[in-house]
Design a protein around this ligand. Structure first.
Ligand code: FAD
Length: 456
């Protein structure tokens, strides 16, 4: 029964509660539909209401309320996740964190924000103070700090600073628990932070985060063209490996991927492999020399074009490559995987031999645990779920570590190194399993059956 909805109206101001079904449905969705598999599984799910607390105190009252009535609750940041992370599998409350958006503290090389602060706002604020984000997802204009920490991996800047898990990037989290009397935990140790990073919010609700920042650079945007993918890969690797070339992005697309980057107009190509770069302006000459050595071509009008048209090269990197592709090829999808830096050229060659244009190679060079790796999000010309699985199997057989984007289960998404830590924290912080239930199979879901909710 939905008695709790009425009680909620009695307890909280109308201003922060939304029950209009079209709105609630919209707020219950992310970008899971990039996966035809998840689309089938998740399209019919929705929360029962959205609630948008205006401060931490109100947030804690909402949690106590939900705990008392055993109502599931899912935190929502920008809702830009790809794995249905915010889709409520058992109805309940969608917790909209967008009003928790205060800048709390800015220091030299680190800053603290409330959970719902948008990364685009954070980057702008930091730049005003001579700083910038160490790395950010290509969705930074919409996505939030806590959503990124609890749902993302890395992004533009990861080539220099690694991912969310690399020590020294996320410095502190304030987490609120889901208990009768919610506790506020201050998390700073590495082995404690891993309980909340990429946790889909199942182990606690992040209310504040402190992150390390970098000194601001006025990055120079470049696009480089190559006749063949191999040359593009070799060039991109060499730029990435040179430690003294400061860079924020090295993104490679096989032809014809760049042809769908509509706003880039004449800079797109049907036939050439492209490499998008953000480098320190002081080092462009050295990059130019490498381009020549590898037989690439560039154009000196690109950076100005990007500026004049208010574009961001990040919009054509990471999973934004898939976004542009799907705009024209609705039925297609993508994969995520880490190639082996020692044999990646061979892995690419074998994939192409096997699948030709059914798999279109796209990757970013990033650092992970201090090592440079080609992190890929290839576009897949989708036909059937079975065929998709065959392609995933082939990737794995070649030694490419797949992070499967076609599952909503945390432990099947391929970033499960800390799943045990996350589940230990969940048991302590969320004894009734009310936080984003159903996103891990490790936790007994008995409570939802008791509540008479339908199982997925
Ligand atoms: P949401 O989608 O709102 O939430 C993500 C997860 O975090 C959910 O499980 C949610 O419950 C949880 N959560 C949200 N707020 C809290 C909180 N306060 N406490 C606890 N849990 C919380 N990801 C990358 O890492 N790098 C990329 O470059 C990248 N590029 C992308 C490109 C496209 C086109 C798309 C569609 C997605 C991309 N993503 C990328 C995935 C996603 O956009 C990012 O990870 C983004 O940072 C998520 O932030 P969000 O605020 O939208 O999170």
């Amino acid at each position: 029964s939905m008695d709790w909805l009425e009680e909620m109206h009695a307890e909280f101001e109308d201003e922060i509660i939304h029950t209009k079904s079209t709105y609630v449905k919209k707020m219950s969705q992310d970008y899971y539909w990039y996966s035809p598999v998840l689309k089938k599984l998740l399209d019919h799910h929705s929360g029962d209401c959205v609630i948008a607390p205006r401060d931490e105190e109100e947030l804690i009252s909402v949690l106590s309320f939900a705990y008392k009535r055993k109502v599931p609750i899912v935190s929502r940041g920008g809702g830009t996740g790809n794995y249905g992370q915010i889709v409520p599998l058992y109805g309940g409350i969608v917790l909209d964190t967008s009003k928790l958006n205060k800048v709390l503290e800015m220091k030299e090389e680190q800053a603290t924000f409330q959970a719902g602060c948008k990364l685009g706002v954070i980057e702008k604020t930091l730049r005003k103070h001579g700083q910038e984000l160490r790395f950010y997802p290509s969705t930074f204009m919409k996505s939030t700090l806590a959503g990124f920490i609890a749902g993302g991996t890395g992004g533009i800047g990861s080539i220099q600073y690694g991912t969310l898990w690399d020590e020294g990037n996320v410095l502190q989290l304030s987490v609120v628990t889901m208990e009768e009397k919610p506790r506020k935990i201050n998390v700073t140790k590495k082995e404690e932070l891993t309980k909340y990073i990429h946790s889909y919010g199942i182990s606690g609700i992040i209310t504040e985060a402190t992150i390390a920042t970098a000194k601001k650079t006025d990055w120079h945007d470049m696009i480089v063209y190559f006749d063949d993918l191999q040359s593009a890969l070799l060039f991109s690797e060499e730029v990435s490996r040179k430690p003294h070339i400061k860079k924020r992005l090295v993104s490679v697309c096989e032809a014809p991927l760049s042809s769908v980057f509509k706003p880039l107009r004449t800079y797109r190509s049907e036939t050439k492999a492209t490499v998008l770069l953000q480098v320190d302006p002081d080092q462009t000459q050295e990059v130019m020399n490498l381009i020549l050595e590898h037989g690439g071509e560039t154009t000196d009008t690109f950076a100005q074009y990007v500026k004049n048209h208010n574009l961001r090269v990040s919009d054509f990197s990471w999973n934004h490559v898939t976004l542009w592709w799907l705009k024209q090829n609705e039925a297609d999808t993508y994969l995520q995987g880490r190639f082996d830096p020692h044999i990646y050229l061979d892995q690419v060659r074998q994939l192409k031999a096997c699948f030709q244009d059914e798999v279109l190679i796209h990757f970013e060079w990033i650092k992970a645990r201090g090592k440079l790796v080609p992190s890929s999000q290839p576009v897949i010309r989708y036909t059937t779920d079975e065929r998709l699985q065959q392609i995933i199997d082939a990737f794995e057989k070649l030694g490419i570590k797949v992070s499967n984007p076609h599952t909503y289960l945390l432990e099947e998404g391929g970033k499960d190194d800390w799943i045990d830590d996350i589940c230990i924290a969940k048991k302590q912080n969320d004894p009734c399993s009310l936080l984003n239930p159903g996103k891990t199979k490790y936790i007994a879901e008995g409570i939802h059956e008791m509540a008479g909710e339908e199982h997925v």
